[in-house]
Design a protein around this ligand. Sequence first.
Ligand code: CA
Length: 249
Amino acid sequence: MLNTSAHQKTPRTILVVEDEPDLATAIAQRITANGWTARVAGDGASAVRAASQIKPDLVIMDIMLPVMDGIEATKRIIAERPVPVLMLTARDSEADKVMGLSAGADDYMTKPFSPRELIARCEALLRRVERATLIAKNNENEKVLDFGSLVIDPRQRIVTQDGKQVHLTPTEFDLLATLARKPKSVFKREKLLEEVWDWPDASGTRTVDSHVKALRHKLGSDMIRTAHGVGYAFEPPEDGNAATSPIQQ
Ligand code: CA
């Protein structure tokens, strides 16, 4: 059953991927002090192996890494098993952020950052994923959203398109499910930030745009409509399309 006690912390394993030993140690110490378990990987390839072995609850991923960069490592980790990723960028570069978010990161922080804020961000991310999972598991009335070629199962957190499972990150799933529960309704970007991210001040509406871009890439560009200057709306696939499509050999 649900354990709502504020005093008992759920055990968490955080994988810290950072090639600067001093910074990796400092982050790991903070995580340990917060009652979680920290594991450190110093390059992208080790991170992919470690994620596969220890199955962390969250990954803190530096972008600039030896052997394999953080973008590629994130893509590979998520392809194997969905996990929330908080990306660390060395520069306050918009290109880095967009690249990181489209690789599947859920949030990002720019170096240098305060360790306290890092932990707060991790907590927000873990809380969000946990809450979404618990809501889905505990709500017997939560129906499968069936749009014909696209089916969204909020309880199992699975999306299938034309019968094939589409691998979405936790954030991509929450964004899609939020939009799809009210098809054709326009959601303001600020509203989406509040409902999906639970982190209204820091991420910025640009984060919403990046995740919409990633969803369109995976599901097709027609699925999410832009209401210019306002936000986004889910457009259910039209049933007529299947009948008029050329037959696949
Ligand atoms: Ca680095």
